[in-house]
Design a protein around this ligand. Structure first.
Ligand code: NAD
Length: 261
């Protein structure tokens, strides 16, 4: 637990399930005030609000599409109107779909890029504008992926979006470091969330995935949330522009694990 986080105000996008809900819950344990964004899953968002409150924090659920300027403005307004300020913005919302690239439609490409990359830009811009104009210390965490580094055939648009998040994060981390705003990414590996539910329900696919993880297991959303809490805290006060991989070693070339090669 990080006592300096008590009372801090965070916006978290895509908080109605998976990693977003786990981060919200962890922020509740840190006694923070959380604006939990959802796109369509109001029920999930209500459960996330309850999880934050049960853990000792405060929360409200706010519907918004992160791919729109109005949606991001609405989230900032909700933070200020309900909790008086903004300290931290977590661009977590993301989506994926699988297509061979020669069959990937422009529509599917744009859908993924709009949420995963444009959404990160719009959320970051909204938070940066608030921090700069209010001369306020700020913190932004972007949810990237191991696929900002590892190519992923049939998910070219997803990999391109996360590769974009990596350089966007590094660039704005540099641009705003002297203005007391820290920006970092988290790069999860294979985490047990609804995005992977179908895959991990199939024992063969689960085994295929765990073989790619030196720790030989998939990750829990709470393990990603712990990384978010650390990046939000002052314990990471000299950390800027990194991707903190939370991946059981997936980015370490696991095919070499047996010493071959
Ligand atoms: P998830 O599908 O469980 O949750 C994604 C959330 O994003 C959902 O709440 C969804 O409603 C929300 N979202 C999608 N489009 C939105 C929009 N337009 N506006 C607002 N919200 C929207 O997935 P997850 O596994 O919890 O993923 C969270 C983040 O972590 C994503 O950015 C994902 O790419 C990243 N990630 C996940 C894994 C993993 O193994 N689960 C691995 C690497 C990266």
């Amino acid at each position: 637990m990080y006592s300096e986080l008590t009372g801090k105000v965070a916006v978290i996008t895509g908080g109605s399930k998976g990693i977003g809900t786990a981060i919200s819950k962890r922020f509740g344990q840190e006694k923070m005030k959380v604006v939990i964004n959802y796109n369509s899953d109001l029920e999930g968002a209500k459960q996330a609000v309850k999880a934050v409150e049960d853990a000792g924090g405060s929360a409200i659920a706010v519907q918004a599409d992160v791919g729109s300027e109005e949606g991001n403005k609405k989230l900032l307004q909700a933070a200020i109107e309900n909790f008086g300020q903004l300290d931290l913005w977590v661009n977590n919302a993301g989506m994926e779909n699988q297509h061979e690239t020669h069959e990937l439609s422009l529509k599917d490409w744009e859908k993924v890029i709009n949420v995963n990359l444009t959404g990160v830009f719009l959320g970051s811009r909204t938070a940066l504008d608030y921090f700069v104009k209010n001369n306020k210390k700020g913190n932004i965490i972007n949810m990237s992926s191991v696929h900002e580094q590892i190519p992923w055939p049939t998910f070219a648009h997803y990999a391109a979006s996360k590769g974009g998040v990596k350089l966007f994060t590094e660039t704005i981390a540099m641009e705003y470091a002297a203005r007391n705003v820290r920006v970092n990414s988290i790069g999860p590996g294979a985490i047990n969330t609804p995005i992977n539910a179908e895959k991990f329900a199939d024992p063969q696919q689960l085994e295929n995935t765990t073989k790619m993880v030196p720790m030989q297991r998939i990750g829990d959303p709470a393990e990603v949330a712990a990384a978010a809490a650390w990046l939000a805290s002052d314990e990471s006060s000299y950390v800027a522009g990194i991707t903190l991989f939370v991946d059981g070693g997936m980015t370490l070339y696991p095919a070499f694990q047996g010493g071959q090669g």
